[in-house]
Ligand binder design. Structure first.
Ligand code: ADP
Ligand code: MG
Length: 386
């Protein structure tokens, strides 16, 4: 992405380490020396099954090569992923652009670990979102020129229903089944102002706990639901003197959207019968629409079906236009997941062709002279907006 805001979606692939039960099994993926190319090795047994099932044997080499903006192998650390994927997007959000980070891949591929792992007793395990939050406040604390307002909102999208994950419990249906308006905003979503990284991390953790709550009620809903975390960063120039009168100035508003997408394996082709038809009925409308939107954008189609699902309406700006967007594609190394991994990487390649143009978001704000003490004391959090 250059400074004009023009560019394309950046795509990164992360291969998780083998799980204990996969130890010693062959891996179907290798990351090349330069860490931008990845090779997928199909087992010939898989290819035999495919031909038996009526698939073509023509033009289907057993080895496929893909090129991405970055590839992380099973030994990569959370910190590396944050530095490559999260940090540049955070920088853009602080500058006043919208930014979006999406984790995509089949269930068990490492999406939640990569994005949301809170670290707990082993901070080196902390994922991209907690690192982004910490890095945001490190920046705020070191910026001598500007002051900031930070707000957080989080919701879950399940069965085309949007539920606020920060709505207080015990308030009936408040926060349930919220509407998405044309701009992609979720109407009535709770936005919590956060003055410290602890407050923001706590809000994020509360949201996460509410996902787990929903999971037990909805029978493994988490692999079929999308979890969305948003952080608004409002920045204005720090006042260096108190003129005693209200001052009008420009502020920038950057919005970061981090999405832990539903497991991609549920998306089955239509035109099937029997058991497969039952599975097709479970198609995740939003994920299917997301795939179609990426395909249409990659093919530079005139009509992009953003309106086909709640997720694509919410992400319209992120994948279709006004956002700097990175896709973190998570994969299992296991040979048994090879054909699933193959379609995941095909999808990731299409996403490499999606172009975006982000514009700076600016608003007019008025600074209250009676509340300028924090500015003058050198604090980073804005307490003087009217
Ligand atoms: P997903 O959210 O894509 O369904 P998870 O993040 O829950 O997958 O990961 C599945 C399992 O693999 C979890 O037990 C997780 O702790 C583990 N895992 C995933 N990625 C890594 C990694 N990079 N390092 C160590 N363990 C991982
Ligand atoms: Mg998960």
């Amino acid at each position: 992405m250059d400074d004009s805001g023009r560019g394309r979606v950046n795509v990164f692939v992360r291969i998780r380490p083998p799980l204990p039960r996969e130890e010693g099994e062959p891996s179907c993926l290798t990351v090349d020396e330069g860490e931008t190319n990845i090779t997928l090795q199909m087992q010939d047994g898989d290819a035999v099954e495919r031909v038996l099932a009526g698939g073509s044997f023509q033009n289907s080499p057993l080895e496929k090569k893909f090129a991405f903006d970055g590839c992380f192998d099973g030994e990569s650390e959370q910190k590396e992923v944050f530095v490559a994927v999260g940090k540049p997007v955070l920088r853009d959000v602080i500058s006043g652009y919208n930014g979006c980070i999406l984790a995509y891949g089949q269930t068990g591929a490492g999406k939640t670990h990569s994005l949301l792992n809170a670290g707990g007793r082993s901070p080196q395990e902390a994922g991209l979102l907690p690192r982004t939050i910490a890095a945001l406040f490190v920046h705020i604390g070191s910026d001598t020129q500007n002051v900031y307002n930070v707000e957080v909102g989080t919701f879950q999208l399940y069965n085309e229903q949007v539920d606020d994950l920060l709505a207080e419990a015990g308030e009936g249906t408040r926060g349930r089944n919220l509407n998405v308006v044309n701009s992609g905003e979720v109407q009535g979503l709770t936005w919590l102002p956060c003055k410290t990284p602890e407050e923001l991390l706590q809000a994020f953790q509360r949201g996460r706990n509410n996902i787990v709550y929903a999971e037990t009620k909805m029978n493994k809903a988490s692999s079929r639901s999308h979890a969305v975390f948003q952080i608004k960063v409002i920045k204005r120039a720090r006042a260096t003197e108190n003129k005693g009168a209200a001052v009008k100035m420009k502020a920038t508003v950057g919005k970061l959207t981090v999405v832990d997408l539903a497991g991609s394996e549920r998306v089955k082709r239509s035109g099937v019968s029997g058991q497969q038809l039952k599975e097709a009925a479970n198609i995740n409308t939003s994920l299917l629409a997301f795939g179609n939107v990426v395909q249409a954008l990659a093919d530079k189609k005139k009509f992009i079906p953003f309106r086909d699902s709640k997720l694509t309406r919410i992400l319209q700006d992120s994948i279709g236009g006004n956002s700097k967007t990175s896709l973190l594609v998570c994969t299992s190394p296991a040979a048994e997941s090879c054909s699933e991994t193959s379609s995941t990487l095909e999808f990731a390649s299409r996403a490499m062709r999606v172009e975006i143009t982000a514009t700076l978001n600016q608003v007019d704000v008025t600074v209250d002279p009676s509340k300028l003490a924090a500015d003058l004391a050198g604090e980073g959090i804005d307490k003087a907006l009217l």
